[in-house]
Design a protein around this ligand. Structure first.
Ligand SMILES: [Zn+2]
Length: 260
């Protein structure tokens, strides 16, 4: 469909404030396709957050022994409230793969065969049929002792999507399943969790890193997640955060001291 066609097509439905082409009088199509709530907010090109409270000044990288690989549901990828992407901002070695039921990612397949890595699928141990694959953090320590790089494979999506990824990905069936055991309650404010025990993806990574001995990386990611969470939530109410929060101050301090 050409621009002029789309412009005349919905002429009756156009909102009163919409632009019109001065030459033809036809309504102009919207500049950006409407996708979700918040689409008309001006977003920073660096962090994709509303510009009002941009995340970019707080970006700090960290080193970790373990790696995080994300297997992200296609519907999750472009949601600005996705927290999986925060992990890659902090930990440069993070890998992100899009999950498709019928077409496993070739690079992921190759990495799963790579003997340098000890991959663990992070998933609850609430079903009996894979009980024989369930391991504890002790297995992460064992992997480190045998000079392997522990890898936390996070299934990034809603709980329903994560369960589908877990059940419909035969290449994950041979891997050990590591359930996250934590008392932490979610602090994620951008989506309503079914339960306070349901952590978002970045929070899961924080707790795994912490329990696996990557305390600094965990602390940086936790602060970065908190700044994301607070900044995004404030922008929804058109509130600018003028005084840096404690997490913001800690990240700025790490940048200033060259740790990161
Ligand atoms: Zn930004």
């Amino acid at each position: 469909m050409s621009v002029s066609e789309s412009g005349t097509h919905n002429a009756d439905a156009i909102s009163p404030g919409a632009e019109r082409d001065p030459a033809t009088g036809h309504p102009r199509p919207p500049r950006r396709e409407f996708k979700a709530r918040g689409s008309f907010v001006t977003r920073c090109e660096g962090c994709n957050l509303p510009e009002l409270n941009c995340l970019c000044p707080y970006r700090v990288t960290a080193q970790s022994h373990a790696q995080v690989w994300l297997l992200t549901h296609p519907l999750e990828h472009f949601k600005p409230t996705n927290t999986g992407r925060l992990i890659g901002d902090v930990l440069a070695q993070t890998q992100v793969f899009t999950w498709y039921r019928t077409a496993p990612d070739a690079q992921l397949m190759a990495l799963l065969e790579d003997p340098r890595y000890a991959p663990f699928v992070i998933f609850p141990d609430d079903q009996p049929d894979y009980a024989d694959r369930v391991v504890s953090m002790e297995a992460v320590s064992d992997a480190k002792r045998s000079a392997k790089i522990p890898v936390y494979i996070l299934l990034d999506g809603t709980w329903r999507q994560a369960r589908r990824i877990f059940r419909k990905s035969p290449y994950l069936d041979a891997l050990p399943v590591l359930p996250l055991r934590t008392q932490r309650e979610t602090r994620y404010r951008l989506r309503k969790p079914a339960s306070s025990a349901h952590l978002c993806t970045a929070e899961v990574a924080v707790e795994l890193l912490r329990q696996g001995g990557d305390e600094t990386a965990a602390a940086v990611l936790d602060d970065y997640f908190e700044v994301f969470n607070d900044s995004y939530a404030a922008s929804r109410f058109y509130h600018r955060i003028d005084d840096p929060t404690p997490a913001m101050q800690r990240l700025l301090g790490r940048q200033a001291s060259g740790h990161g």
